[in-house]
Write a protein that binds this ligand. Structure first.
Ligand SMILES: Cc1ncc(COP(=O)(O)O)c(C=O)c1O
Length: 417
């Protein structure tokens, strides 16, 4: 099938939810993808943080093959071999006690919100009014279902679907005073992305996170961290919160967990888990044997790769900083490990740079309008970073020279008038 015929059919048959780049991918291997014309792309986006082991990893392929030949789905009415084992791996690396498996990031976040409300009720079952308010952050992103949308601090996602879940207030990002102002005994949870992803690769400040921990502890409210994009090795630690020395009550993960198959998880403490009983929450597909078998292998490989992520992340960041010093278009470089963002001075410049890189066979994307987002697979090598930096350098020079040319043209035409 050609790209043109796929576009034609999709335009007729799909809900118009995506404004896709006009590339038809057919296959991948390692850090590369190939389109239908046989053109190779260096993948520095990993399917938005999903393909952390790159494409067609031999261990993942073998596990998929083996498990697909044994058992794909059972439903959660029965046991299979892998959920407990996968939960053991996740609880060991997170320092939490229990897991629930679902299919996606937004489902994990929904479940976390339900858990927080239910826990608040259990705690206040002695006649007190249960805590029910949720504090979320401006500029955050937690997913597309109603609870996740209600806690997403960007109006463009929320407004078309109002009214949403009541009881949510937004706190200014990284503003400790604002957090203090919004917090009181009616709050059941504070929900935070440890590093905002869709919001433009913005790490939470340690003082803010520590205050959120202190306030929640003081009233028995919960601290929920969304590590759907920044967790599971992405920052050079198992979880991004491990850079901060803060232990949350609930963590949500998804994207890379099953190396491309849909799988999400809620991780929590034994204490919070007392608020859930059979029948209160569940899923048909979540935590099936195929996805869990793959996730167990992913976590094993991820742990081996963490020092490499740390090292390559440092090297990549240093080179991005070098570009910042060289190009006036670059405002800031942010992030940790291999979750990095480069903020440019305009949305137009960011768009042009992304397109130029794509034309030169490199995939990145733009988030929060002005931010170039880099989420490469954990297996990248220094030579891949050098290639991306070289192309970025050229693209930034082209975009700034086009701009200088345009400005010069404008001022000459103005002076001729
Ligand atoms: C931090 C964060 N939370 C939640 C989600 C939603 O995940 P999903 O698209 O799997 O529902 C995303 C997706 O980008 C995310 O980055």
């Amino acid at each position: 099938m050609s790209l043109a015929s796929v576009i034609h059919s999709e335009q007729k048959l799909l809900l118009p939810t995506y404004d896709r780049h006009k590339i038809l991918f057919e296959r991948g291997r390692g850090v590369y993808l190939w389109d239908a014309r046989g053109r190779r792309y260096l993948d520095f986006l990993s399917g938005i943080g999903v393909n952390a082991l790159g494409h067609r990893h031999p261990v993942i392929q073998a596990t998929l093959k083996r498990q697909a030949g044994r058992l794909i789905h059972t439903s959660n009415l029965f046991f299979h071999e892998y959920q407990a084992e996968l939960a053991a791996q996740l609880t060991r690396i997170s320092g939490l006690d229990r897991a629930f498996f679902c299919n996606s990031g937004t489902e994990a976040w929904e479940g976390a919100l339900k858990l927080a409300r239910s826990y608040a009720r259990v705690q206040n079952s002695n006649g007190h009014k249960p805590k029910w308010r949720i504090l979320a952050l401006d500029n955050s992103f937690h997913g597309r279902t109603f609870g996740s949308l209600a806690t997403t601090g960007q109006r463009k996602y929320r407004d078309p679907f109002a009214p949403l879940l009541p009881g949510v207030s937004f706190v200014k990002f990284n503003d400790a005073e604002d957090l203090q102002r919004h917090f009181d005994g009616s709050v059941c949870a504070i929900g935070v992305e440890t590093i905002q992803g869709e919001g433009g690769i913005r790490p939470i400040r340690p003082e803010f996170l520590q205050l959120a921990r202190k306030l929640t502890k003081s009233t028995g409210a919960l601290l929920i961290l969304d590590e759907i994009q920044c967790g599971l090795g992405r920052t050079g630690r198992n979880f991004a919160y491990q850079h901060y020395g803060v232990r949350p009550d609930i963590v949500t993960v998804a994207k890379p967990l099953a190396a491309g198959l849909p799988l999400g998880a809620i991780l929590t403490t034994s204490r919070v888990a007392t608020a859930i009983h059979p029948g209160m929450h569940g899923t048909t597909f979540g935590g099936g044997p195929l996805a869990c078998a793959v996730a167990m292998q992913f976590l094993r490989l991820m742990e081996e790769l963490i020092p490499h992520v740390d090292e390559t992340g440092e090297c990549f960041r240093a080179q991005l900083e070098w570009l910042k010093a060289k190009h006036y278009l670059v405002r800031e470089v942010r992030g940790m490990g291999l979750m990095l963002g480069m903020e440019l001075d305009s949305a137009d410049a960011a768009k042009r740079v992304v397109n130029q890189l794509m034309e030169r066979g490199i995939l990145i994307n733009r988030t929060n309008e002005t931010v170039l987002r880099f989420l490469p697979p954990y297996i990248i090598e220094k030579k891949h970073i050098d290639q991306v930096i070289g192309e970025l350098d050229k693209a930034l020079s082209t975009v700034s020279s086009v701009r200088t040319g345009r400005e010069a043209h404008k001022s000459t035409t103005r002076s001729q008038r």
